[in-house]
Ligand binder design. Structure first.
Ligand SMILES: [Zn+2]
Ligand SMILES: [Zn+2]
Length: 133
């Protein structure tokens, strides 16, 4: 669909859905939620809950964004409880596919020390951690 060529714009790299890891939606970590619009799982890179739009691209309609932010906030409350967290919509690693993170205050420290979660085999339910031996 996208033309290859020099039609400029801000430099978001063109990445095909086949090469997009958010489209791949591999289930390695805990999945909080899934529906027709989006899925929410722990981000493999930073261990924070992350909502991902089910369509490749960044032009999510307002309704979808509102829906996704609500799902992300629900996952954030499930994960962090009463600890405050913020919604981070900056797409640093994957600027070509809409996603957002819920981050608590300690996420940067935690990413070096905490055990990552693992996919339990189903969406939702208890958040299981990878066992270290
Ligand atoms: Zn992340
Ligand atoms: Zn994608």
């Amino acid at each position: 669909m996208a033309e290859s060529g020099a039609t400029g714009g801000p430099s978001v790299p063109e990445v095909a859905p086949e090469d997009c890891e958010l489209c791949e939606a591999a289930r390695f970590t805990h999945w909080y939620h899934e529906d027709d619009v989006c899925w929410v799982a722990d981000c493999e890179a930073c261990d924070c809950p992350m909502v991902v739009w089910k369509q490749h691209g960044t032009a999510a309609p307002d309704d979808d964004i509102e829906h996704m932010m609500a799902q992300l906030a629900a996952a954030g409350r499930e994960r962090f409880g009463d600890d405050p967290f913020t919604i981070d919509r900056v797409m640093r690693q994957i600027p070509w596919h809409f996603h957002a993170h819920a981050r608590d205050r300690r996420w940067q420290q935690r990413r070096w020390s905490s055990q990552p979660s693992r996919y339990s085999g189903a969406v939702g339910g208890p958040r299981l951690l990878i066992e270290t031996t």
